[in-house]
Design a protein around this ligand. Structure first.
Ligand code: GLU
Length: 303
């Protein structure tokens, strides 16, 4: 019987807010309730916005909330070579290409299309699908950028990737709110979800100066750390389609998933890291106690 492995994997580009606290507590309590393990992973591939100070503050806030986690902590900024290996595998399979269009060029292309009355596909996050360099640049300009070693993104050729995968892409989504007792891995009741990776178009896997992306590093690390249960916010629900394709292409194990509700602010908006009224640190400094936070999150004070 495998021991469930849960993880909380924030990006330290701001302070821990109530949404993080909710996710961290659900993961921690699920690990406790199932006799599983709880890992903390630092998703700091953006080495400019993520700082050691913010990471230290996050760890401090989590410890204040009563959480403990296994050491050593995996820091993605120290694991770039693992992502490069995965990227090379995908490149070796002929499933990637270099994309030289800038964001502004993509935006302009799509705006022109749309103002001419044509629709252009957008991914579940609202970003337009990549049109392809050939749709925007002349052959000469494309050659010039390649020769000048201009900045590029490495994108997954989704159509080819799906041809390669062949079978329908699916995942198992847990339907239980939370394991309520030490029930072992059988606590998991799942519903099969049909993924829709084509809705994402050719996702970015890396950039010239960053050898990975969120999608690539998350699947590499979940597999590398033996994560069995990915319990995260429902804002990442659709991203699971991309993660499953990458797992299938890279022959990585399939974790179980559960996407929990998001904690919203008083106006019903998703919490932002810049919002001081929901930062755990600011609440703490203003004298708020852990039971107040549990009440605000709608979770019980005991596991
Ligand atoms: N690092 C991501 C975030 O902070 C979460 C990654 C995940 O749970 O898959 O939103």
């Amino acid at each position: 019987m495998t021991v469930p492995v849960f993880r909380f994997a924030p990006s330290p580009n701001g302070h821990l807010h109530l949404g993080h606290a909710y996710s961290a507590l659900l993961n921690y309590r699920s690990a406790l309730a199932t006799g599983g393990r709880f890992l903390f992973r630092v998703e700091d591939i953006d080495t400019v916005r993520c700082t050691p100070e913010l990471e230290r503050d996050m760890l401090e806030d989590l410890a204040w909330l009563g959480l403990t986690w296994e050491m050593p902590v995996l820091r993605q900024s120290e694991n770039f070579s693992a992502y490069e290996d995965a990227l090379q595998k995908l490149e070796g399979m002929g499933l990637t290409y270099r994309a030289y269009l800038t964001r502004a060029e993509i935006k302009r292309f799509v705006a022109e299309r749309e103002s001419a009355g044509a629709s252009w596909p957008r991914d579940p996050d609202g970003a337009p699908h990549y049109p392809g360099d050939g749709a925007v640049l002349s052959d000469e300009e494309r050659r010039r950028r390649v020769d000048a070693d201009a900045p590029f993104a490495v994108r997954l050729d989704m159509r080819r990737a799906l041809k390669r995968v062949r079978e329908p892409v699916t995942w198992r989504e847990c339907t239980a709110e939370m394991p309520s007792s030490p029930a072992g891995p059988e606590w998991f009741e799942a519903r099969g979800i049909r993924a829709d990776p084509a809705a994402w178009g050719d996702v970015t896997l890396a950039r010239k100066d960053t050898p990975t992306s969120y999608h690539l590093s998350v699947v590499v690390d979940d597999a590398g750390q033996g994560v069995t249960d990915v319990l995260r916010g429902e804002d990442l629900y659709h991203a699971t389609s991309v993660h499953r394709v990458l797992q299938m292409l890279l022959a990585l194990p399939e974790p179980r998933y559960r996407h929990h509700r998001l904690i919203l602010d008083d106006d019903g908006r998703k919490l932002a890291k810049s919002n001081r009224s929901t930062s755990v640190r600011d609440l703490r400094n203003s004298g708020v106690q852990i039971p107040d936070i549990q009440e605000r999150l709608g979770i019980s004070s005991t596991v």
